[in-house]
Design a binder for this molecule. Structure first.
Ligand code: SIN
Ligand code: CO
Length: 418
């Protein structure tokens, strides 16, 4: 995706944005706990088991296993098949999708795990909305796994916060701290060794277990079952810095592009008797390039917030948007949008800070005013909001361009509940 550089300010912004979203409600998702109590007592600290967190799952199959298997057969999503052979020796194997065929659902001890289901399935996208008391920038995805009896991925730790929601069937979770994790050698997946769970819970449809990063957990299917994992990424310093330095290199190349990139030259090369020696002239040139690159601190800080938003709003590599096949003219689009409202596409990542609006890995040229912050926070405008907001030429210009890119759409008339 093309990157846009639109540095507006230097340094951090101490003030929060002028509008704040309504107070987050858990609506039973966290049991008796309020969102605030959950965040203070459990988030990033200790696990929480909630019985009947999503009661609809007790009466309704939200995603049939057959549908999950179809996704596992597609190259548009990431999927893995983890199987174990030999109950005692537990020989593990991992294969990566897409899968033309999966093992029989009558055979035991296998599980298929499919990432990014919130991007392709309404039900997963809808469940995810219930967790938006956590900032979108922390969100990774909803992964859905199906396992036959005995299936699981073994005892492990994640660097993620994860809410494990039991959708169908039953799974036994063992959990416990893993302060200094060690891994069993020679396996294709990271399995904890010398780790014992301190608590065991059997989860049934609708039950949920929150597991903070670094806690060992091991889920074994008690019967054929489906588990939804709502995962929240915790970026590491190394990951962030390597992405940022990569971006700086691209920026330097863009700037050099205008002046023409330089290439090392050695037209006066003398014969060498030490061909393995790194040539001094080459070293000198490379040193010089590094010296020349050093951006001053003000420029670095001025571009940093733009990079942070681009980085955090970047869709995953396999995500593609589908522009409308017969796009409406801008005038028609505005008419329909004002009648039915506007919704962000499930795949769209829209974030903002005090000065910038970020959409799908780009800094948008428009400032994040109140109306745009509302769109980002609600992921939609109701018809009456759209009708009022789209009178503004600048905004309707931008929203129309997002519509043409497949990033937003006109809300379906069934959602007309203004
Ligand atoms: C699973 O669904 O089997 C694994 C989920 C997890 O451990 O994070
Ligand atoms: Co896990």
């Amino acid at each position: 995706m093309k990157k846009g550089y639109a540095p507006k300010t230097a340094g951090l912004n101490p003030k929060p944005p002028a509008t704040r979203p309504a107070k987050a409600e858990a609506g039973g998702l966290l049991g008796k706990l309020s969102v605030e109590q959950f965040l203070q007592r459990h988030w990033q600290r200790k696990p929480l088991l909630v019985r009947s967190a999503i009661p609809e799952m007790q009466t309704r199959v939200m995603l049939a296993p057959e549908r999950l298997f179809e996704h596992a057969g597609s190259d548009a999503v990431e999927s893995r098949l983890v199987s174990q052979r030999g109950q005692a020796t537990r020989r593990w194997s991992v294969e990566f999708g897409p899968f033309e065929a999966l093992p029989s659902i009558r055979s035991r001890n296998w599980t298929v795990l499919v990432q990014g289901m919130d991007l392709v399935e309404d039900a997963a996208y809808e469940i995810l909305q219930r967790f938006r008391f956590i900032p979108d920038a922390r969100l990774d995805d909803v992964m859905i796994s199906f396992a036959t009896t005995g299936g699981g991925v073994g005892p492990h730790v994640d660097s993620y916060d994860v809410f494990l929601v039991q959708a169908t069937g039953h799974r036994r979770w063992g959990i416990g701290p893993a302060p200094r994790p060690q891994w069993v050698d020679g396996l294709p997946l990271r399995i904890l060794q010398n780790w014992e769970p301190t608590e065991i819970y059997d989860l049934g449809p609708g039950d949920m277990l929150y597991v903070p990063p670094g806690w060992g957990h091991d889920g074994v299917a008690l019967d054929a079952c489906t588990t939804w994992s709502v995962g929240f990424r915790t970026p590491s310093r190394h990951e962030f810095l390597s992405a940022w330095l990569g971006d700086q290199a691209e920026l330097a190349a863009d700037l050099a592009g205008n002046l023409r990139d330089e290439r090392f030259r050695d037209p006066n090369r003398e014969p060498t008797a030490q061909p393995a020696l790194v040539p001094t002239d080459l070293r000198k040139t490379l040193h010089q390039w590094v010296q020349d690159w050093r951006a001053d601190e003000r420029t670095l800080l001025a571009t940093l917030d733009g990079f942070i938003g681009r980085h955090l709003s970047e869709p995953k590599p396999h995500v593609f948007f589908e522009p409308p096949s017969h796009p409406n003219t801008q005038k028609r689009f505005i008419q329909f949008a004002s009648r039915h409202g506007v919704a962000l596409d499930r795949r769209t990542r829209m974030l903002y800070d005090q000065n910038h609006l970020f959409v799908n890995g780009e800094v948008d040229p428009i400032k994040p005013n109140r109306a745009l912050r509302l769109l980002a926070d609600q992921r939609a405008w109701t018809p009456s909001q759209a009708a009022k907001i789209l009178v503004n030429e600048l905004i309707n210009e931008r929203v129309y361009s997002w519509y043409l890119a497949g990033w937003v759409s006109i809300r379906s008339p069934q959602l007309d509940t203004d």
